[in-house]
Design a protein around this ligand. Sequence first.
Ligand SMILES: Nc1ncnc2c1ncn2[C@@H]1O[C@H](COP(=O)(O)OP(=O)(O)OP(=O)(O)O)[C@@H](O)[C@H]1O
Ligand SMILES: [Zn+2]
Ligand SMILES: [Zn+2]
Length: 806
Amino acid sequence: MNLIAKVIVDVPTMQTNQPYDYQIPDQFKDQIQPGMRVEVPFGQGKRVVQGFVVSIVEEPSFTGALKSITGVMDLHPVLNDELIQLGKDMAEKTFSFRITCYQTMLPAVLRAKYEKTIRLIDDIDEDLFFELFKGKDELTWEDAVNRDLLPQLAQLKKQERVEVVYSVKNRANKKKRRMIKPALSFEQLEEEKMGLRKTAKKKLELLEVLQTLSLADQSISSQELSKNYQLTSSHIRDGEKKNWLTVYEEEVYRDPFESQDFKQTDSHTLTSHQQAAFDKIQEAVKQERAETFLLRGVTGSGKTEIYLQTIASVLEKGQTALMLVPEIALTPQMVTSFKGRFGEKVAVLHSGLSDGEKYDEWRKIEREEAKVVVGARSSIFAPVKNLGVIIMDEEHETSYKQSENPRYHARDVALWRSEFHNCPLILGSATPSLESRARAQKKVYTLVELPERVNKKVLPEVEIIDMRDEGKNGNRSSFSIQLQEKIRDRLAKKEQIVLMLNRRGYSSFVMCRDCGFVLPCPNCDISLTLHMDTKSMKCHYCGHEERIPHTCPVCKSSKIRYYGTGTQKIQEELEQVIPEARVIRMDVDTTRKKGAHEKILSAFGNHEADILLGTQMIAKGLDFPNITLVGVLNADTSLGLPDFRSSEKTFQLLTQVSGRAGRAELTGEVIVQTYNPEHYAIQLAQMHDYNQFYKTEMIIRHRGNYPPYYFTVSITASHEDEKKAAKKMYEIVNFLAPHLQKETIVLGPTPKSIARVNNRFYYQVLIKYKTEPQLIPLLHQIINESQKEMAKGLMIAIDKEPQQFM
Ligand SMILES: Nc1ncnc2c1ncn2[C@@H]1O[C@H](COP(=O)(O)OP(=O)(O)OP(=O)(O)O)[C@@H](O)[C@H]1O
Ligand SMILES: [Zn+2]
Ligand SMILES: [Zn+2]
């Protein structure tokens, strides 16, 4: 029978963004399956490219002469049917190439050109062993290809007798260990010794090693045997044949949490609110229904406990669970609570892992050894089968959206997979995004609320300090008098303090130090961005531009400054103001090294420091009972961002960080320093009033025609030649304009705030629309028709629901 493979080739252009037909040569017939990577000739000449087989058919849809697959890169599919389908849908929705989507789904070792070897993991027929492996335990992929062994090896792979190992550069890559243990007692081994010939030195040595082991009831790895006693695999095989010893395999994963001991933790008895939420979710779990829950619970309300118990119930049904957390919330505490509850069943994926470690975790998932996957954004592509629940903690986090190709939002992928598996999706947050909250309002999502903390502890009292007064009273430091006093008070009581320096929007805008005025755009509801290259203030959306003010247009003060300062400077200042405090700093600089994050938090947990000073990364997830004071040094920076979400982000950040205080027995307190004490985001965060914030912000979004009332899509064109980028952008707008509905709003084209990056110029438009059935096909058409220009250096990026406006 003639078999045709449909292959997505690694040639990321629009023309190639569909499967190509290739003949499967006879030698590969039994081997090739959908989801495997293959090598195929492409185009004219001798070019060979990689590709993914997405299906196998009998009839080609291409009528010309078919080329043949020239190589197979896997013995086993790396993508399952679900992911093949998901990649196709995702490519369409994110305006990216299927090949890019597939590559995004895989761990890095499967993407890059790593060395591959085939390793024996189980016994095979002796003759075959010598024929294929020539007496060794492994064989390089190249060797296997040159000797034409892949079809045979594929068979062995199916029988789980060999595996493919990807060796990551600079890293020892031993994952399987051959272990040897004595099969006879000490005395029996002694008898075997008697029967040896005098010259059999190595056999004698082997028997002696085995005797030692049998006394201690121990095993030894083949590596140790060869290293310490120069006993090779042929000696081992020989010993095995004589029935002196047994060989077995031991899987050794590189365990990034090896050194840590995870205490088994038991589930808490749920509070009545938790129970009600849990029960509601259980219905969907039991009925295997793709229902989306928005779990809004105040900080410390025990959302994590609901996740844990829901996952436990899913495991009990024999299903699996996927738990997403933002990268910066993937703290050791989070890992501990999952490892503590589910032990070995958990795979954890985060950016701190080396490529090899990530690959090991991925393999555990792929082989269905891991039943629970915990990880950041890209873990949404984990190849888990039989999902029983998907959970996204801190669902409002913008880091769930990838800002480069493919520009996917993990929430959308989660929704897709929840439909595919017929399993519930839980979106959890103390401060849900307006989009999700509005969907709950419309009953698209089911709203479940936890209105109070588990121990009925009140949420901490929040005090707002007007920093303009501090200035007037001659205090020019970053610490208000009240904050200094409270810090001293906690030091005396041996309680702990968290201080947050808000670095969002660092230095990108100017603000009056006397009245807090931030320069707004006259046409839009956002502030202007400072452009150092042009020495001017610009609006991101409409292109309005004016000069940098030297005096405040409102109060005429001349103290109008760029706003922002670094954590290091703050630490120095703190050491002068309160020299007795022991301060530990957590920001991008101090957490760059692997494991630094863990070290800092465990030192703070052990009270080796009184104050944890950091950026936004300390706002989430920390659960330390001894924190009774939280200080926010500058609430305003995130308000000044040229982004319609700036109030929302400020409210979320303040609520999150306030939530770190008073989580256990001790009552907590929060000090928020600001130049905008009247701002509703700050006042409503003070009152812990999410619902009111939601209402207020919805009105503002409605007035400004922003999401969730409108959908948004941004189009960016860039080119080394500024004129070409601008011209293209105008062409696009002119092309779209006649097709768009009346109520659709097109902002721009305008240069981006950092107009030139890497010597490329960026122009963008933002389209806001309510319904545009034609827009998506039109955008695809734009990309299709720009192929020639794109080959000559033009880049077009289309971003649906963009999250970043910098
Ligand atoms: N039913 C319960 N009984 C006793 N303690 C509980 C219960 N549920 C949760 N806890 C504990 O309460 C603390 C807060 O819970 P958790 O961290 O889950 O809150 P959260 O809602 O995720 O908060 P945040 O949004 O601030 O991260 C934890 O120390 C947790 O172990
Ligand atoms: Zn002013
Ligand atoms: Zn504007």
